[in-house]
Design a protein around this ligand. Structure first.
Ligand code: AMP
Length: 168
């Protein structure tokens, strides 16, 4: 798994895919949701992320990628962080057009990148995930970043928004 700002990136989709690949109980429970482009039930995702955030490499901080994806998950995350004594410092929204998203997924070839499943994932995003921007804006945590351009340009925009050296 990747690192940035010198902390690990905890990607919910990556973690779910490795649970599925290993054939674990969690993987078996998650598989049909991932394959159809729907959200894996909150209690499974919240428990998985709590376990991951509790590992030693996450002690100095972490970046959550693809989580939370609904207001219910965001409330669950708040409760978990409070219990763990961790403060959420910032939420980054990368804004891109649907056209750009479709172009990027085309080149990726993941099993859930079929046209039908992509349509469903976009629908779920609009219905369940998009309301999170207002949730975090209200908390004063939201950084809205233009997500089109070269990867290093977008990285720079994010680190600039987080603070001059990218380490807050
Ligand atoms: P991603 O790798 O972020 O594109 O996620 C791939 C799939 O994993 C999604 O379509 C969902 O089925 C599942 N998934 C990833 N993150 C979450 C989450 N926070 N909550 C529920 N399901 C998730």
């Amino acid at each position: 798994m990747g690192r940035a700002l010198d902390v690990p990136i905890l990607g919910t989709g990556d973690l779910l895919r490795s649970e599925i690949a290993s054939g674990s109980e969690l993987g078996r429970q998650a598989e049909s949701f991932v394959d159809s482009g729907n959200l894996v039930p909150d209690e499974l995702v919240l428990a998985m992320m709590k376990r991951r955030m509790s590992q030693p490499d996450a002690r100095a901080g972490f970046i959550l990628d693809g989580f939370p994806r609904s207001v219910a998950q965001a409330r669950g995350l708040d409760a978990m962080l409070e219990e763990m004594g961790i403060t959420l410092e910032a939420v980054v929204e990368l804004t891109v057009t649907e056209e750009e998203i479709l172009g990027r997924l085309e080149g990726r070839g993941r099993r859930d990148d079929t046209p039908e499943v992509i349509r469903q994932r976009l629908r779920v995003y609009r219905e369940s995930t998009a309301p999170l921007t207002e949730f975090y804006e209200t908390k004063g945590l939201l950084l809205r970043i233009h997500g089109i351009g070269a990867i290093d340009e977008i990285t720079q925009r994010i680190t600039d928004a987080l603070g001059a050296d990218g380490a807050r």
